[in-house]
Design a binder for this molecule. Structure first.
Ligand SMILES: Cc1ncc(COP(=O)(O)O)c(C=O)c1O
Length: 381
């Protein structure tokens, strides 16, 4: 397993703290917001109910499965049988790692975006997969070019993994792109895995589509949903998979060897969250939108290039060519100013030359971060 670049960044943050700097940590996409009160109340009540203390079996997940199916219908107009087409997860990250173990053999190939959320590579490594990287470039709006994937990689490939709204680039994908992806996966006998934790973190009138909108019978697709971002429940570790029933059955078998599902009280809290009116998720998204609006003009004022995200929790900024590589820049910046950004290379080789700001602090802190960056860049080295 590769050492995470976030470990290097962690050392830089510790060094800043020992130098007495207060750290503004924008390097990790861990939300600083609180879950809705109704969710916390449901969890509190559940902890007093002794029937929640046992190992939860599949039948105990029925309420969360129903809430997830209802959410999919309300939000994406996708109708799913909650028994076979929905499976609760201990977060999308857990779901993906076990999904790859369930549907691939060691030596198979996975088509992975580059840059991408770093645990994708870890999950592929655990499953013994060859990784064929699909570069996401600004020229192609950070969407992969499916038409240029090499024939030999395609022959060995079992899975195409996509993630829109995207981490780290915050790019979004249209329904037309998902149609192309589903057609492509059918033509090449691939499973489409769509990782969708930012489904609700969308701005203005933009609403992120589900890949299942173009694969309503879930013949080709599994989509991973998370409550971490939409309902600020990252630490609760809860999400769900929807899609191909045979794939979900295989995933359930792998999970059966390693876990007993999430604690029932957290499942109940998650079901409450999914049943909340859409305005709750909108309020959370509005917070990130206001932060985007505070940060983006300031980043551009530095002379760094960044698109306006329509969704997600990040600003993906291209560094000017006079700065060193992204890891050197980000680790020195963290050590000397206390501002921690994620170096683009942490997400894959195509991320080099970029840094990622996570919108996980209030606007004033974001502005203070840019002030420190500006002063740091103005200081001759
Ligand atoms: C693309 C992506 N997938 C999955 C996750 C993790 O989701 P969960 O907390 O549900 O495991 C994250 C968290 O940052 C993410 O950015």
């Amino acid at each position: 397993m590769p050492e995470s670049i976030f470990t290097v960044m962690d050392r830089a943050k510790s060094a800043a703290r020992s130098n007495g700097l207060d750290v503004i940590d924008l390097s990790i996409g861990s939300s600083d917001l609180a879950p809705p009160i109704a969710v916390l109340d449901a969890l509190r009540e559940a902890t007093r109910d002794p029937s929640t203390y046992r190992y939860p079996l599949h039948s105990d997940t029925a309420d969360l499965r129903s809430a997830a199916a209802l959410y999919m219908r309300r939000r994406f107009d996708v109708t799913l049988d909650a028994e076979r087409y929905v499976l609760p997860l201990i977060g999308a990250q857990e779901g993906l790692a076990h999904l790859l173990l369930a549907v691939t053999d060691p030596g198979d190939t996975i088509l992975l975006p580059d840059p991408a959320y770093p645990p994708y590579l870890g999950a592929a490594t655990l499953a013994g997969l060859h990784v064929h990287r699909l570069p996401l470039t600004a020229e192609n709006a950070f969407l992969p070019r499916l038409d240029v994937i090499r024939e030999d990689a395609l022959r060995r490939a079992k899975v195409l993994l996509l993630n829109y709204p995207n981490n780290p680039t915050s790019a979004t994908a249209t329904v037309t792109f998902f149609e192309e992806a589903v057609r492509f996966c059918r033509a090449h006998d691939l499973l489409l895995v769509h990782d969708h934790p930012y489904a609700e973190t969308t701005f203005g009138d933009y609403r992120a589509p589900s890949a299942l909108e173009v694969d309503r019978d879930a013949l080709t697709t599994v989509e991973l949903h998370s409550l971490s971002k939409s309902f600020s429940m990252g630490g609760f570790r809860v999400g769900f998979a929807v899609g191909h029933p045979d794939v979900l059955a295989a995933l359930a078998r792998v999970k059966g060897a390693v876990d007993f599902h999430q604690y029932l009280g957290i499942q109940r809290a998650a079901a409450v969250a999914l049943n909340l009116p859409e305005s709750f998720a909108r309020e959370t998204a509005d917070v990130f939108e206001a932060r985007r609006d505070a940060l983006l003009p300031e980043v551009r004022r530095l002379g760094w290039t960044a698109d306006i995200p329509r969704a997600g929790m990040y600003v993906w900024a291209k560094l000017p060519p006079n700065l060193p590589n992204s890891l050197d820049f980000a680790s020195r910046l963290a050590r000397e100013t206390g501002v921690a950004l994620a170096p683009g290379v942490a997400f894959g080789p195509s991320g080099e030359g970029y840094v990622r700001f996570a919108l996980v602090r209030a606007p004033n802190d974001l502005l203070e971060a840019v002030r420190r960056i500006e002063a740091y860049c103005a200081t001759p080295t």
